[in-house]
Design a protein around this ligand. Sequence first.
Ligand code: ADP
Ligand code: TRP
Length: 332
Amino acid sequence: MDRKISLTGIKPTGNLHIGNYFGAIKPALELAGEYDARYFIADYHALNTMKDPAELSATIREVAAGWLACGLDPENVVFYRQSAVSEVFELATMLMAFTGKGLMNRAHAYKAALQENAEKGDDPDAGVNMGLFTYPVLMAADIILFDSDVVPVGKDQVQHIEMAQDIAQSVNYNYKQEVLKVPQAAVQEHVAVVPGLDGRKMSKSYGNTIPLFIPEKNLRKLIMRIVTNSQGVEEPKDPAASQIFLLYKLFASAEEQTALEERYREGGMGWGEAKEELFRVVNRELSPVRERFNAIVSDTQGLDRILAAGAEKARPIAAATVKRFRKAAGID
Ligand code: ADP
Ligand code: TRP
């Protein structure tokens, strides 16, 4: 039997951080053992918000190098840039004809923009471009184009996958045949939302991230900046209420976790010491990844070659889907 297909994309809108690593990259790479994996850089999605060419081309390369440094094997995974597979845009145009405007009105990102404008007393659509408004259609095209069975994403993306399901189903219903595969979201329930330096969800938009590839010295400084309460050294502390411990659990072995948990409960350990221990395990895991990243990102030509080879593998798969759809639609 054919293996099932796993697909996901990351927008190159900034530095990858450890929230992206545990929420998206690691789970996707684990699936790549069992599924036929198709992973890509969603560069046209990033264009909605990034208008500086030098910055965008740098972040595209950084996200590509990031995937590779984290262990993506381009021999095993079809790895490409969205912009290199033009069938995505052809499919997106066809899907538009099956997408209700009302569906787009309900998308979280669009609604958040409207809400923000309302709070500021601005025009409802101020700053909203059509790329943002139609974002879920392009994302549906990314997914449907590659006959994806599962899409590993964080919880925040589930609505988009549900919209892709709706759109694919409308197509199939209209032509009374399974023209397009209906995808499923694969959300890692056990990976809690990774907390940031200030205790909120780690996110670029909150400026509270630990970037994956920062130099060791800066990593240590950031960890020392984690916000803590005013409990003194001698006081027993509650591990479950400490984001130092929540982060520690992501990087430490079971024995290390038990040992630190005991030290929290016993008292006698200050926050500074807990942060040093956190730094030790984070740096242990990230050092080799950082070294690989630095080597890969500086080899621009090598990266371009890998992405070009990935696009070569992606295009025939994409062309077959578009052809099937055009035939069903009477445009062949
Ligand atoms: P950001 O919030 O920093 O802009 P993105 O929205 O670009 O991150 O997220 C890219 C991927 O990483 C998504 O699949 C998202 O669910 C996942 N992700 C981002 N932040 C976290 C987090 N703090 N914990 C778990 N997963 C996350
Ligand atoms: N919207 C996703 C995000 O913001 C990125 C993305 C674009 C994506 N196309 C996709 C994810 C297709 C999964 C599948 O993180």
